[in-house]
Design a protein around this ligand. Structure first.
Ligand code: GDP
Ligand code: IMO
Ligand code: MG
Length: 447
């Protein structure tokens, strides 16, 4: 009997690393992924689409990535869009052009044949659904993410592999297009003038442009892991935007937590080694929905300004508040973080005192668990621990040179507080947007 033992690895090899946002997105995942992926062979997106906005600063060049994996910033890597993602091809082609102009490369781009497509009608329906909800709108990015995932679940979506099969495409378009047109009429969405023939032509054109990049990425990733390649999984959004465990319905439409890596990239749970949670030193969220530690008035605006908290994808101002460890621990319970990266500690440089929320008080009862009910969340009051700030520290270069021990005591106390609350080591400390403004407390993330 032939037994395939290629996937059995010794306990001292650790070729996979997932980087997951532990809050409501925009934690600085792009920066951390870029910092860590120098040694990676493959960087894989496994959920979401171009609703993401990941900023990578390399010297004077700023990359703002949406649908493309961060691997495109370093030529020579495989950058994979996994089956769990949704993809708008026209916007991806525009993004590719921008990345190439900025010095990146998409030679290593591989797209899953099973990835779901975002069509123009999805964007129109996204807008129309938001309008329909009125005061209860989600505040989506308007990129058509929800409507595209709806079609996937309803089994009427287009997948990248369809672009390479004219008959499949034609069959599907004939069923889906009239249905979508009726739906758009009903929701009074902006109209769509395309016909079966024009859409077929357009989609076959996409297949010609991107066909060489479309493969079975689950096979690619698993064979890579079998061969000892280092694979990094790039989370988009954050734990609290997870479709099941986030602040539903004020969430995105995908599984943003570590479990999403397995279904969204096509790997087994046993193949996931390091799961790194990215924790912003304070909390932000874009769009609607409850936010227990949100600041108000001047205090809010001050933090938003210091942190340059403006959305990369939509340009909307991000709502800001103190660090909420009820949120981070909720994410940790489901993601099983075994490493943390704490970002934007420099933004809190100017405070005499900093606050951390450790529990909520709801109707007079304290809890450390994040409730599923939005109404309960709206009544939740934060229970804070106040710590001394590290005001006055400005010289980032000197501090980074000096390493962790050289950080101000108060900042180290803040970091230790997070480590104690979560039970997870803070391996990466980020004190600025650039690659160089980072302290690593671990020798390797792959062993
Ligand atoms: P992502 O979506 O998680 O990749 O995060 P975004 O790129 O949307 O937002 C994070 C912002 O903070 C970007 O502008 C980053 O360049 C910036 N950033 C990341 N880490 C740090 C840090 O440690 N300090 C400061 N000041 N900015 C940071
Ligand atoms: P990155 O990867 C922050 C939010 C939207 C909205 C909700 C649903 O940069 O961290 P959607 O368009 O996904 O249906 O919108 O999710 N959202 C994000 N917030 N960072 C993101 O991505 C986000 N992607 C979506 O603002 O509240
Ligand atoms: Mg972002």
């Amino acid at each position: 009997m032939n037994i395939n033992i290629a996937h059995i690895r010794t306990s001292d090899t650790m070729p996979s690393l997932a980087v997951i946002g532990s809050q409501w997105g925009d934690e600085g995942k792009g920066k951390i992924i870029d910092y860590l992926d120098e040694d990676a062979d493959m960087i894989v997106r496994f959920q979401g689409g171009n609703n993401a906005g990941h900023t990578i600063v390399v010297g004077d060049t700023v990359f703002k990535l949406h649908g493309l994996p961060s691997g495109v910033v370093r030529p020579g890597k495989l950058a994979v869009i996994g089956n769990g993602c949704v993809m708008n091809i026209e916007e991806l082609l525009e993004e590719i052009e921008q990345v190439e102009q900025a010095g990146g490369s998409v030679d290593g781009l591989r797209i899953s044949d099973r990835v779901s497509l975002i069509m123009n009608y999805h964007k129109k329906l996204d807008g129309a659904q938001e309008k329909y909800k009125g005061g209860k709108k989600v505040g989506t990015t308007g990129k058509g993410i929800g409507p595209s995932y709806e079609d996937k679940i309803a089994r009427i979506g287009f997948r990248a592999g369809d672009l390479l099969e004219k008959e499949t495409l034609e069959e599907k378009i004939k069923v889906v297009l009239p249905y979508k047109k009726d739906l758009m009429n009903m929701l009074e969405a902006e109209g769509c003038s395309c016909t079966v023939e024009s859409l077929l032509d357009k989609m076959l054109g996409w297949g010609k442009k991107l066909g060489d990049h479309i493969v079975d990425t689950s096979v690619l990733i698993n064979e890579g892991l079998d061969a000892g390649k280092k694979v990094m999984f790039e989370g988009a959004q954050g734990a609290m935007l997870d479709i099941d465990h986030g602040t539903y319905p004020y969430v995105t439409s995908s599984a943003t937590m570590a479990g999403g890596v397995c279904t969204g990239a096509g790997i087994a749970p046993s193949r996931l080694d390091t799961v790194m949670g990215v924790v912003k030193a304070y909390t932000t969220r874009v769009g609607e929905g409850p936010f227990v530690t949100e600041l108000e008035g001047e205090a809010h605006d001050y933090l938003q300004k210091r942190g340059h908290e403006v959305g990369v994808t939509t340009g909307r101002g991000r709502r800001c508040g103190w660090l909420d460890l009820v949120v981070v621990n909720h994410a940790n319970r489901m993601c099983g973080f075994n490493s943390l990266a704490i970002t934007k500690l420099d933004v809190l440089n100017d405070y005499e005192e900093v606050k951390v929320c450790t529990e909520y008080e709801i109707d007079g009862v304290k809890t450390k668990y994040f409730p599923g009910s939005i109404r309960k969340l709206e009544r939740a009051k934060p229970v804070y621990t106040t710590l001394k700030g590290w005001k006055g520290w400005e010289d980032t270069e000197a501090v980074v040179k000096g390493g962790y021990d050289n950080l101000p005591k108060e900042m180290k106390d803040y970091i230790t507080f997070i480590e104690k609350s979560t039970g997870v080591p803070a391996d990466i400390i980020s004190v600025g947007p650039d690659r160089d403004e980072t302290i690593s407390r671990r020798k390797s993330y792959w062993a």
